[in-house]
Design a protein around this ligand. Structure first.
Ligand SMILES: O=C(O)c1ccc(O)c(O)c1
Ligand SMILES: [Mg+2]
Length: 633
């Protein structure tokens, strides 16, 4: 499949965009007029630079309000088309996107439009270019892909075809099934965009809220499958107008974009496998598969990186963790309780980050600890690693000594290290022996039994990217996002979970630094939630050991009585142990939070059938954390 991306998707200069697109691994690029106009680079030089980078210039766009015109305006459109044709010759770009007319003066006369498209086709032929006519969803008269295609057929010119854009088709509720019946030789270009479903006028929706495939609500596998059935063999290009992408790191966005296309390619291939296998459909796009998803069957470990080993390990001790041991060759320790394994490493100068990630993104001078790595248990760690690198993730460099268990991992887009470990066949993972942990030292009567979930913060520019990463790499599913009100902003929260719920990973959108007030420069805290069947006993022992709990206000406990009708004895025990309480149709939930250490805190949860994450309690936590921060600064 020939992959392409429009320069309008990306931040930076045209030159930076080309470089990022090439290094992410795209085959080609669509040049937006405005990117060219503001660039000091001559068209011939751009052509050469793209060639050096191995990129084809697949499309030049957009040619606006150039058709559906009265005769005088059409003459001027032909003049513009001649100029544009000259320019495209210098750029070496063959296809020009012609948008349907959005002006109130557009002429509603299909015969006239077909004739104008034909005459434009003659001009295009003179310049050796082709015209791809695209129906914009808000076009004055032409706003459906079928209508645009009919006009192209009526124009009947070899240099005039159609451009299909999934946003315009699906946002207007159009039926993509007609794509299958189109002559593939008449489809000159294909643009893909996803979007969240919204009640918004199509222009605003399109210009600000498009996202990469897999990051929104459109069924793009269906669109792709219909394209394959049509016999289309041209470029598949991303055209995403998105306010966040325009401010995000250009390399990250480009990698995110190609990941979305590879993932879509794989899913489309899987959906079409029976038809392709039986010869009913010929796949002229030559869709490539990814190594199969190996869904996580559990948590192997969570890694905390800290600048204060004492504080961090004291916190673990107070929660009942034991030091399992020190790694035989690395400066790391493992702390154990039940099946919860927390690897603690001391942050130093050697902290490595993915090259394109600003280290301030996740840590800063105040930071004492952060969730730096997530280790998953998988049935096929090798396949998971290969899948993630095929999806554009960079491997985490690791040094292994002879005899040490190989552990492969990649960087998540936000710099968290993701490790792929085997599902252990015995009771303990093999790597523990490198820490000197003996099998018989593992606790079976521990109060904390394992990791319930890990909550990871995402910057607002990169939220969708995080969702796509965990979906495409690990096959986690996402549940609908919730907004949690906090003193420094709404925190969007979306739970990613493995099919059998063995791994739950809520992603939280942190309010931006500017909105954080006294949080300025401090990343939104993440947390590790630990599972217990007796959270009250965990809390009692933790109090005895001097744990600093997050303080819960009396108003909260009074409200609990109002909401749930709890008796005074229950509530006074909750109050005494700093516990919070929630209930859903499946059962009850008791939990507590520790104070924050750097960018991370711990939660201990007891689920009595309850399936949620205490969303009603999260605002209480955010407010308490805010008060603590304010008191400190
Ligand atoms: O929003 C626009 O104007 C616009 C321009 C070109 C396109 O291909 C498109 O889908 C939208
Ligand atoms: Mg388009």
């Amino acid at each position: 499949m020939h992959t392409s991306i429009a320069t309008v998707c990306l931040s930076g200069t045209l030159e930076e965009k080309l470089e990022a697109v090439a290094s992410a691994g795209f085959d080609g690029v669509e040049i937006f007029t405005q990117d060219l106009v503001v660039s000091p680079t001559a068209p011939e030089e751009l052509r050469e630079r793209a060639g050096d980078l191995g990129l084809s210039l697949d499309l030049y766009q957009p040619f606006r309000n150039g058709v559906e015109l009265d005769p005088v305006a059409f003459d001027d459109a032909l003049r513009r088309l001649h100029r544009t044709g000259d320019l495209m010759g210098r750029l070496g770009t063959e296809t020009l996107l012609v948008c349907s007319n959005v002006s109130p003066d557009a002429v509603a006369d299909d015969d006239l439009v077909a004739e104008q498209l034909h005459r434009m086709g003659d001009v295009a032929a003179e310049h050796g270019i082709r015209l791809a006519y695209e129906a914009l969803a808000w076009g004055t008269h032409v706003n459906g892909h079928d209508h645009a295609h009919r006009l192209v057929l009526a124009a009947d010119h070899p240099h005039v075809g159609t451009c299909l854009d999934s946003f315009h088709i699906l946002s207007a509720g159009g039926d993509p099934s007609s794509i299958e019946e189109m002559d593939p030789g008449r489809i000159f270009f294909v643009q893909l965009a996803d979007a969240p479903l919204m009640h918004l006028d199509p222009l605003s929706w399109s210009r600000h809220h498009r996202v990469f495939p897999g990051e929104g609500d459109f069924d793009l596998v269906d669109v792709m499958a219909r394209l394959v059935r049509s016999g289309y063999a041209g470029p598949i290009s991303l055209e995403i107008f998105n306010d966040s992408f325009r401010q995000a790191d250009v390399h990250r966005t480009a990698v995110d974009g190609l990941r979305s296309l590879r993932w879509l390619e794989d899913r489309t291939r899987a959906a079409l496998a029976p038809e392709i296998g039986s010869g009913r459909t010929r796949d002229r796009l030559e869709l490539q598969p990814l190594p199969a998803i190996s869904a996580p069957s559990g948590w192997d470990f969570v890694e905390l990186r800290t600048t204060d080993l004492g504080d961090t390990t004291r916190l673990l001790h107070r929660l009942g963790f034991r030091l399992g041991g020190h790694h035989r060759s690395k400066e790391v320790q493992v702390w154990l309780q039940g099946s919860a394994r927390i690897v603690v490493s001391e942050a130093g100068g050697s902290t490595r980050r993915e090259p394109h990630i600003d280290p301030r993104e996740r840590t800063d001078a105040h930071s004492v600890a952060e969730v730096s790595g997530l280790g998953f248990e998988l049935s096929d760690p090798g396949a998971a690693f290969q899948r993630s690198t095929a999806l554009g993730s960079a491997p985490v460099p690791r040094h292994e000594l002879p005899g040490e268990a190989p552990l492969r991992g990649v960087w998540a887009p936000d710099g968290t290290e993701i490790f792929f470990g085997p599902t252990p066949d015995g009771s303990a993972p093999g790597w523990l022996s490198e820490f000197g942990v003996e099998e018989d030292a593992l606790g079976t009567s521990d109060l904390i039994t394992g990791i319930d979930h890990v909550n990871v913060a995402q910057r607002w520019q990169h939220y969708d990217e995080g969702v796509l990463f965990y979906t495409s790499v690990l096959g986690l599913g996402s549940t609908p996002a919730q907004d949690v009100p906090g003193p420094s902003g709404l925190v969007r929260s979306q739970v990613m979970r493995s099919p059998d719920d063995a791994v739950r990973l809520p992603l939280n959108l942190a309010p931006t630094a500017a909105e954080q007030g006294s949080f300025v420069g401090v990343a939104y805290p993440e947390h590790i939630a630990l599972a217990s069947e007796d959270v009250r006993e965990v809390a009692r022992r933790a109090i005895h050991r001097g744990l600093e709990f997050l303080e819960i206000p009396e108003n909260y406990y009074e409200d609990l009585v109002t909401r749930f009708g709890l008796d005074e004895e229950t509530v006074s025990e909750l109050r005494e142990l700093n516990l919070l309480y929630d209930r859903d149709e499946h059962g009850e939930f008791l939990h507590f939070y520790t104070r924050t250490l750097g960018d991370v805190f711990m939660e201990v949860v007891e689920r009595r059938g309850y399936r949620g994450f205490g969303a009603e309690d999260a605002p209480v936590r955010l407010a308490a954390q805010y008060r603590l921060r304010s008191a400190r600064t």
